[in-house]
Design a binder for this molecule. Sequence first.
Ligand code: NAX
Length: 331
Amino acid sequence: AKEPMRVLVTGAAGQIGYALVPMIARGVMLGADQPVILHMLDIEFAAEALKGVKMELIDAAFPLLKGVVATTDVVEACTGVNVAVMVGGFPRKEGMERKDVMTKNVSIYKAQASALEAHAAPNCKVLVVANPANTNALILKEFAPSIPEKNISCLTRLDHNRALGQISERLGVQVSDVKNAIIWGNHSSSQYPDVNHATVKTPSGEKPVRELVQDDEWLNGEFIATVQQRGAAIIKARKLSSALSAASSACDHIRDWVLGTAEGTFVSMGVYSDGSYGVPAGLIYSFPVTCSGGEWTIVQGLPIDEFSRKKMDATAQELSEEKALAYSCLA
Ligand code: NAX
C-alpha cells in the first residue's frame, strides 16, 4: 500500500474548501489508490466552521482518508505537507481599493511562504487559488526562496476548462473530446483564451476547433468574452462565486501535475515565466504545459498570430503592473 500524502488546503472553511476537501478525500486529486492526510487551515474567525468540516469528513468515512488536521496554526498546517492548495485569502469587498486588498494578501502570502519553506516536505508542490492568484503565487515564490520555482503555480485550469466547456456546448460534442485550448496570462478578465491550437476528436480524426466552428467572429469575440467573464456570470446567477468548478479544476491541476498529462494533450497552468513566447521573465503567467514525472514543461514552438500576440502582451502588462503594486505594498 502507498504511504499517505499530506495535502494542505488553506481557507478550508470557505466555499471552495468545502467542495474541495471531499474530492481530495475521495481520491479525485491524487488517484483512487493514494491515501491522504488532509491538513486544513483557516483563521480564528472561522475556527468553529472548520471544526464542523472536520466532523463531516469523519462522518463521510472516506476509505482513503488517513487523518485530518484542522488548525488555525500556520506552522502546524504546513508541517510535512506534500501538496499545498492555497485557497485562503482576503477577498475584495465593495468599495475597497485594489491596493488595500493587495496589501492584505501580500502579507498573508509572505507569512505562508515562510511557513511552507520551513515546514513543508521537500519537493512540496504549491497551487495558489486565492486571488489575485498569479501575484499571490509570485509573492509566495519570492518569500520562499528555497522552494524551487518549478514547484509554485497558480490556478488557471478553471479558465481552461471553461474554454473547453464553451466549445463543447457550441459544437454539441463531448467536452472530453475537446482539448488543447490555452489560457495565456492572468487569472483575471485580461486573460487570453486561445483556441488556435485546440482540437476536437471526431470519427474521422482530430479536427481543429476553428475548422469545426467556422465562425471566427464568434471565436475572436463572444467566446473570449464569455470565458473571461464567466466568474462574474456565476456570481450573478448564484449570488456566490464559483466553487465546485474551482475545486474540481484544482484537482485536475494537481492530478495532471503529479500523474502526468496524456500524450498529445496540453493544459494551462500559471507558472514562473522563463521568457517563453516573449513573456517577461519573473511573472507568474499562464502557459500551455505538458506534465511528466511530476514536472511541467511549457509547450514550445506554437505559432502565434498578431491577434494573439496583442492579447498575450496586454495580460502580461497587467501582471507587471500587479507585480509592481504588490512590491509597493511590501514597504
Ligand atoms: P471564501 O471567502 O468562501 O473562503 C475563503 C476562506 O479563506 C475563508 O474561510 C477565510 O476565513 C479563509 N482565510 C482568509 N484569510 C486566511 C488566511 N490568512 N489563512 C487561512 N485562511 C484564510 O472564498 P472562496 O469562494 O472559497 O474563494 C477562495 C479564493 O479563491 C478567493 O480568493 C477567490 O477569489 C479565489 N478564486 C479563484 C479562482 C481561480 O480560478 N484561481 C476561481 C474561484 C475563486 O474565485
